[in-house]
Ligand binder design. Structure first.
Ligand SMILES: [Zn+2]
Ligand SMILES: [Zn+2]
Length: 350
């Protein structure tokens, strides 16, 4: 497997993808290039400086060790790492073998929010919450923000659903001292073509499902064809959950949803009992995509670690905030005090 770093065509410095301008920037000579410009300037073969480290380097089962193309130091990776940084020279490296072949994403949404904006948005979010400990607002906390491309599966489904049910209408009336009950039974059938788009599933075992799904949705109309260069300057993780692992679950969920849609078209009965509901998948399209997520962790005084994630395209935040009990008590004390005072004034005027 090769480790790749993206080099500036002017000075051979490291190129990093810059979310605000959507261009590659060289920190050394301060030049910027769009993907198109890079494609034009550098023929495919010399675009990346590659270092083949597959021979003679140590490997273990969990991760692998590669040498950095810039300084030669060893880069230690997890088994799902696809892009990272060199510990020594801090240059970005991309592990090309983990984003090529069957593991090449079909699409990617490049980061549109940079680190500075992400920190700002996190703080805004936290400020809007009550009971958050002060330490959380510290700048050092925000410096730990990390941009990661997480792997997801995106599914489009076309299916035909059939619903068969028995509807019941009941009428009760009274004539003199006799009560009549009339029950009418109806056979109800519904058939519909249902199209579900962009059903999104987490494709990484170690990702926290709540957080990785909590940042959804993304505007997929702005997804681009995958280019390794987008990973430069960020972390990226390769999938370890396959399509076949998810097919049954997605099918069941789509079925439940479709069943509900068909049921919702039936009106006017006092009760409805579903006899049969079947689905035929006509077409399904699975796409492997990389989506941008800013993540930050916070270790509370109780030793518990809190995780947050933010959609790297639109800034939507998801996470669990630590609660400062001192603040809660102060707050509830205040409420009790106000109530007490109100009670007093109320009592005074009564
Ligand atoms: Zn340069
Ligand atoms: Zn290095």
């Amino acid at each position: 497997m090769s480790v790749i770093s993206y080099k500036c065509p002017n000075c051979d410095g490291e190129l990093v993808f810059h979310p605000r301008t959507q261009k590659y920037r060289c920190e050394y000579c301060i030049s910027a290039f769009s993907q198109e410009e890079l494609n034009r300037m550098q023929p495919e073969t010399s675009k990346e400086k590659q270092e083949d480290v597959s021979s003679g380097k140590t490997r273990n089962q969990e991760g692998s060790v590669y040498s950095c193309p810039s300084c030669g130091a060893q880069v230690v990776t997890d088994k799902t790492t696809a892009a990272s940084f060199c510990y020594y020279c801090h240059n970005p490296v991309v592990l090309s073998g983990r984003v090529s072949g069957e593991f090449m994403p079909h699409k990617i949404i490049p980061f549109a929010i940079d680190k500075e904006q992400a920190a700002e948005k996190f703080l805004e979010y936290v400020h809007s919450k009550k009971f958050v400990p002060r330490a959380f607002f510290k700048k050092s906390q925000m410096e730990k923000i990390t941009g990661v491309y997480f792997p997801y599966w995106l599914v489009d489904l076309d299916f035909e659903g059939t619903l068969q049910a028995e509807g019941k209408k009941v009428r009760v009336w009274r004539e003199k001292d006799t009560e009549y009950t009339e029950t009418k039974l109806y056979w109800v059938e519904r058939r519909g073509d249902i199209h579900l788009e962009d059903i999104t599933r987490n494709a990484l075992t170690k990702a926290n499902n709540k957080l990785s799904l909590g940042v959804l949705p993304y505007d997929m109309s702005r997804a681009r064809d995958f280019q390794m260069g987008y990973l430069s300057g960020f972390l990226a993780e390769k999938r370890d959950i396959e399509q076949r692992d998810l097919e049954t679950g997605v099918g069941r969920e789509a079925g439940d949803y479709g069943g509900k849609m068909l049921r919702d078209t039936v009106h006017g009965y006092d009760s409805l009992s579903v006899k049969k509901c079947t689905f035929d998948v006509r077409r399904q399209n699975w796409e492997y995509v990389f989506l941008p997520v800013w993540t930050v962790t916070y270790e509370g005084r109780d030793g518990k670690v809190y995780y947050y994630s933010m959609n790297g395209q639109n800034g939507k935040v998801c996470g669990e905030l630590p609660v400062d009990y001192k603040k809660v008590f102060l707050f509830s004390g205040l409420i009790a005090l106000i109530v007490f005072l109100l009670g007093l004034t109320g009592g005074y005027f009564l």
